[in-house]
Design a protein around this ligand. Structure first.
Ligand code: ATP
Ligand code: MG
Length: 194
């Protein structure tokens, strides 16, 4: 499951848990993006902060793990590269790529889209505010899955922090604490450091 995870929230975690259970997946690998090319006009938090938040939020689930492939590759993140790297790391695995209804809608605009469906089977999950429809995608390439509705977005969480509103219960407790500790999403974000 790829994402900016700025910050990771319970919508991401429920999606991953639900797909893991419904498809009987051995593991769900969360892959925080390097520089997301769709978001190049927006300020994105440092990769190390997004990586650490993803680790903190997933640490207690034995089936969840976090990959640094996109962060360590550097440059803009393309899902075709993510899947190619994961295929090298797990040569015998069947790869599934989990994506919300909003991202699925945009998939045809993704870089090297013709390769994507050979690299993994795509799983599109419901997300409040978006309609889940794979009709424009190649037949058989995508499974559509209904998951418990979580009307949470990272954008909404960032806006709440900036406005001084709580994000308790929208994100895991450790993420509330990490956001405070690092001063994320305030007007001025401190530089990464001790
Ligand atoms: P932002 O508002 O910054 O875009 P986001 O909440 O959309 O953040 P992303 O990191 O962009 O989170 O999303 C990663 C993946 O998780 C995408 O495939 C997205 O569709 C999916 N996703 C995010 N939030 C939800 C949710 N509440 N329910 C289902 N899927 C979600
Ligand atoms: Mg998003």
């Amino acid at each position: 499951m790829g994402g900016t995870f700025d910050p990771i929230h319970h919508g991401h975690l429920v999606a991953a848990s639900e797909v893991q259970a419904q498809f009987g997946l051995e593991q769900v690998v969360f892959v925080p993006t390097g520089q997301p090319w769709q978001k190049s006009h927006e300020a994105v938090s440092p990769a190390e902060d997004r990586y650490l938040m993803t680790v903190i939020a997933t640490a207690s689930n034995p089936r969840f793990l976090v990959s640094r492939v996109d962060i360590d590759r550097g440059g803009p993140t393309y899902t075709a590269d993510t899947l190619t790297d994961l295929r090298e790391q797990y040569p015998d695995a069947d790869l599934y790529f989990i994506t919300g209804a909003d991202a699925l809608e945009q998939i045809l605009s993704w870089h090297r889209v013709d390769e994507l469906f050979d690299l993994a089977h795509f799983i599109g999950v419901t997300r409040p505010g978006y309609s889940l429809n794979g009709a424009h995608l190649p037949a058989g390439a995508v499974s559509l899955v209904e998951i418990p509705a979580m009307a949470i977005s990272s954008t909404g969480c960032r806006d709440r922090v900036r406005a001084g509103l709580p994000v308790w219960y929208l994100v895991p407790d450790g993420i509330v604490q990490y956001i405070t500790k690092r001063g994320l999403y305030r007007e001025v974000t401190p530089e990464w450091g001790p």
